[in-house]
Design a protein around this ligand. Structure first.
Ligand SMILES: NC(=O)C[C@H](N)C(=O)O
Length: 333
């Protein structure tokens, strides 16, 4: 250990960054989650110059198979490590498909201001111009930096730094897939150093009211997707299966089809919390806009994507059933 260097723990969970393909030109149709954490670290010897890096294999999965239970395990491990004086920051290697969801979950449950950086790759480790090694190098640099303290959970790929709340995967396969909404990215990594230009005004990490310490499961919340000719088949099935909350990923500003509305009203009467979100991807979901939320006792998702609204609603339901309080949470986080 070099005294002056920060101590960064790399928690590996799988994904394409740990994937291998048949040939160097295989950039699709490879196998995700095959390379172990020590091999990932060893592939970037330059890491030793910027941090004392320790690796830990938490899972080895493709991120499309991420579950609530994985999140609880990971969140507890992150909190335990960040409580240690000899850990300055954490990097989590993760598949890109659900990285934005894991990042937002952690943003709401990590009890520390120390940096937590999620990183992945769009190309497998065996590909020509694999993006994993440079992304990992940059992520370790951010996790060990003073600049990243207190910024909330970060996603860093392709030389860009994004806040967990507002970033999403926007392209199926290109290395510049991760974009923040119009709200704007946090900064860049250049020459191995992070440069921050903005922060979110929303609460996160050490200022969050959510605590997973005593939890072994999260309440069931499902998403129903809006489209022309939508019906209530999926909604009714989720409610019958015991959903405690429904995210309605409506068209436009969260509009509800005339023939779907009675199903949502019935679900609310049975006790499920209904959150109106939008499938559009940008903008504020107007409370009392396309639906009278006050009258229907629904919640508006603000600017959260449906998949992130699901996470906030699950955590909200661990604390309250009050739609008033849940709406406050959607305007706070
Ligand atoms: N680029 C990736 O990491 C995609 C992969 N399916 C995953 O999410 O694990």
């Amino acid at each position: 250990q070099t005294a002056k260097l920060p101590n960064v723990t790399v928690l590996a969970t799988g994904g394409t960054i740990a994937g291998t393909g048949a040939t160097s030109t295989t950039t699709v149709g490879y196998t995700a989650a095959t390379v172990g954490v020590q091999q990932l670290i060893n592939a970037v010897p330059e890491l030793a110059k910027i941090a004392n890096v320790k690796g830990e294999q938490v899972f080895q999965i493709a991120s499309e198979s991420m579950t609530n239970e994985h999140w609880l395990t990971l969140g507890k491990r992150v909190n335990a490590l960040l409580a240690q004086n000899d850990v300055d920051g954490i990097v989590i290697t993760h598949g890109t498909d659900t990285m934005e969801e894991t990042a937002y979950f952690l943003d709401l449950v990590v009890k520390s201001r120390k940096p937590v950086v999620l990183v992945g790759a769009m190309r497998p480790s065996t590909a020509l111009s694999a993006d994993g090694p440079i992304n990992l190098y940059n992520a370790v640099s951010i996790a060990g930096s003073q600049e990243a303290v207190g910024k909330g959970v970060i996603i860093a790929l392709n030389d860009q730094i994004h806040a967990a709340r507002d970033v999403s995967k926007t392209n199926t396969s290109t290395p510049d897939s991760f974009k923040t909404t119009e709200l704007g990215l946090l900064g860049y990594i250049q020459g191995g150093k992070p440069f921050f230009y903005r922060t979110s005004t929303r609460k996160h990490t050490a200022d969050s009211e959510f605590d997973i310490a005593g939890l072994t499961a999260l309440p069931q919340v499902d998403i129903v997707y809006g489209y022309a000719n939508m019906n209530t088949v999926a909604l009714d099935a989720f409610i019958a299966a015991g959903a405690k909350g429904i995210i309605h990923a409506g068209v436009g500003d969260g509009s509800i089809a005339a023939r779907v509305k009675p199903g949502l009203v019935a679900a609310r009467k049975k006790g499920a919390i209904i959150v109106r979100a939008s499938r559009v991807g940008q903008g504020i979901l107007a409370r009392n806009g396309e639906a009278n939320d006050d009258e229907l006792d629904f919640v508006a998702a603000d600017t959260l994507s449906p998949q992130k609204a699901r996470i906030l609603l699950m955590l909200a339901l661990t604390k309250t059933n009050s739609t008033r309080d849940i709406q406050r949470m959607f305007y706070t986080y």
